[in-house]
Design a protein around this ligand. Structure first.
Ligand SMILES: Cc1cc2nc3c(=O)[nH]c(=O)nc-3n(C[C@H](O)[C@H](O)[C@H](O)COP(=O)(O)O)c2cc1C
Length: 332
């Protein structure tokens, strides 16, 4: 729509424009004059009531508290010490390079399902980026295992190797082997710590039992957390009302981005949470673009019940938190 100045009669203005202009003026006028309004004694009306509506315990939003306290000064030693410790400690690197053992162990106990190879994405990157849209109306055709594999692989799958021993020059040991190798993935992560784990609820994937699963990227497998009965589905629908245009019985999968605070906060301190949100976004965008490239329907969702869904997925909500959600299905 072309915008610009336009002459009109007062009558037309009153009928057509006044309502929306009034709302915009009202919104703008009620923005706090400054984030320091509390200490300066300047308070716009909205700041007087928002503590009751939005913020907890004060007139500040949690986000304001965080931003005002993040990176206060380079004299704060927490983060540099954490980073130094991680860069110099061979113990830390040993742990990171051995992460794959955890997944292999799960595999040996027969709890995992190996995913088929991901599909090639043939469209050009430019056209996929341009064509991506949030698609909320989905069809009832199930997703295939190859599509599931591709969404998880391009989202957060393994795509390279990284030698942790470059600077330390440690000799080979029986415990760590010849090389101290870690795996890097399709999405970037601060320090290669990968604090985001993908959980997903599979509703309609051909050849896969309905259930809650987690993605094991290093072995490109999935692990069943629990099967879902009809009763469980009812529970899910009760806690998951995603709004108009989204019908739960058309969903293929719901991908939850789960943040393990202690996976990266030991290194990054207060910056860790910021990194986690960024990283969830990076994975989510890869998943969105993969969905677009495979002609699937996908939409990100902020409107989920965090605590109740954590219960549903079997997360404690203390060390592991849902930070984002993407719904995916076939197109209508
Ligand atoms: C963090 C985030 C949260 C979102 N939450 C919702 C949501 O709860 N419900 C919804 O229908 N769409 C949601 N969306 C999708 C946006 O509405 C959508 O991306 C936006 O309208 C732009 O449209 P597009 O994705 O088609 O380009 C969300 C997107 C993001 C990135």
């Amino acid at each position: 729509m072309k915008q610009g100045k336009k002459k009109m009669k007062a009558e037309t203005f009153n009928q057509q424009e006044k309502g929306i202009v009034w709302m915009m003026v009202d919104t703008a006028a009620n923005m706090p004059v400054t984030i320091y309004s509390e200490s300066l004694g300047v308070k716009a009306p909205e700041a007087c009531y928002r503590s009751a509506v939005w913020a907890q315990d004060s007139t500040r939003l949690i986000g304001e508290e965080y931003l005002l306290n993040a990176k206060r000064s380079s004299l704060e030693m927490g983060m540099p010490m954490g980073v130094f410790h991680y860069s110099s400690s061979i113990g830390v690197k040993g742990c990171l390079s051995n992460r794959i053992l955890k997944e292999e162990n799960a595999e040996e106990h027969g709890e995992t399902i190996k995913l088929p190879k991901y599909l090639p994405l043939k469209e050009s990157l430019g056209s996929v980026i341009r064509s991506r849209r949030s698609v909320r109306e989905m069809g009832k055709t199930p997703l295939t295992m190859e599509q599931l594999s591709s969404l998880l692989y391009y989202g957060d799958g393994p795509s390279g190797r990284f030698d942790f021993n470059t600077f330390n020059n440690m000799p080979p040991t029986a415990t760590l082997g010849e090389e101290y190798i870690g795996t890097v993935r399709c999405s970037p992560s601060g320090g290669g710590l990968y604090p985001i784990t993908l959980y997903f609820v599979a509703f309609n994937v051909k050849g896969l039992e309905r259930g809650v699963y987690t993605y094991l990227p290093l072995t490109h497998s999935i692990q069943l957390i629990r099967r879902l009965s009809e009763r469980d589905l009812e529970d899910y629908n009760r806690i998951s009302n995603f709004g108009i245009n989204i019908e739960n019985d058309t969903l293929g999968i719901a991908v939850y981005y789960v943040y393990s605070l202690y996976d990266n906060s030991r290194k990054y301190g207060d910056m860790a949470m910021q990194f986690a949100y960024i990283e969830a976004g990076e994975i989510a965008e890869n998943i969105q673009l993969t969905a677009a490239g495979l002609n699937l329907a996908a939409t990100d969702i902020g409107g989920y019940e965090k605590g109740l869904t954590e219960d549903f997925l079997g997360l404690d909500g203390l060390t592991r938190h849902i930070v984002h959600l993407t719904l995916i299905g076939t197109k209508k």
